[in-house]
Write a protein that binds this ligand. Structure first.
Ligand SMILES: [Mg+2]
Length: 232
């Protein structure tokens, strides 16, 4: 294995609709005892869940000695809420997502993982509720691994080393937000963008994306783009 391809989840593989915000707000209220301010999804697109929680705490000016325990509790309740919300309204697989992951996984010498602002627990719930097998991703980096998305590629790479005993020769992030582009470039990774989230092609290109697809339906150009990056 020489190349690590990391898929983002929200806006790239699935659309969770209002369920994430709703499940998160309720969990925050229950764990911290105060209502969670409402965010527009675009305000927090690309943020890790830990960064969103930190933003909420700072907006509210909350100070509590048992912050760590409350945060852990909030994420535990959030995962439960999300699983329950999805029973009535499951997340939508974004166009071509499952087959794109399958196509990339079938490329030789390549490992496919996740790089997401979700916690590991909610990543699994989101994907599996949308009918995408979580276990096919050999490694991942999640919200609990770092405060910001920019620190996640290094975590995913370290997990790749644990698995394969060597650094990946290249890391490619596939995501939908300018923060994904930033995380890729700041970590020396390549980036492939999709416009199935809150950002259009121009926004991703302004952030520095060189390869952008409308969605993941066309697996051939996607695999070709990965092949070209691999050869560079
Ligand atoms: Mg995303």
């Amino acid at each position: 294995m020489a190349i690590l391809v990391l898929f983002d989840i929200d806006g790239t593989l699935v659309d969770c609709g209002a369920a994430s915000g709703k499940g998160f707000s309720k969990a925050f209220h229950e764990a911290f005892g105060v209502p969670c301010p409402i965010f527009a999804p675009a305000d927090v697109a690309g943020f890790t869940d830990s960064a969103i929680l930190a933003e909420v705490v700072s907006r509210l000016g909350l100070q509590c000695d048992d912050f760590e325990q409350r945060r852990a509790l909030a994420f535990e309740i959030y995962a439960r809420n999300l699983a329950r919300e999805f029973q009535t309204l499951p997340p939508r697989e974004l166009p071509g997502a499952a087959s794109a992951v399958r196509a990339v996984r079938s490329m030789p010498g390549l490992a496919v993982g996740l790089l997401t602002g979700s916690t590991a627990a909610t990543a699994r719930i989101k994907l599996e509720s949308a009918g995408i097998d979580f276990r096919q991703f050999v490694c991942g980096a999640y919200s609990e691994d770092a405060g910001s998305r920019g620190a996640l590629p290094a975590v995913a790479r370290a997990r790749f080393v644990d698995l394969f005993g060597q650094e990946p020769r290249r890391t490619i992030l596939i995501g939908d937000t300018p923060l994904d582009v930033e995380a890729a470039h700041a970590s020396g990774s390549d980036f492939i963008g999709v416009t199935t989230g809150h950002y259009d092609r121009a926004a991703l290109e302004r952030a520095g994306a060189e390869i952008v697809f409308d969605d993941l339906t066309e697996t051939e150009p996607l695999c070709r783009a990965i092949e070209e990056l691999r050869r560079n």
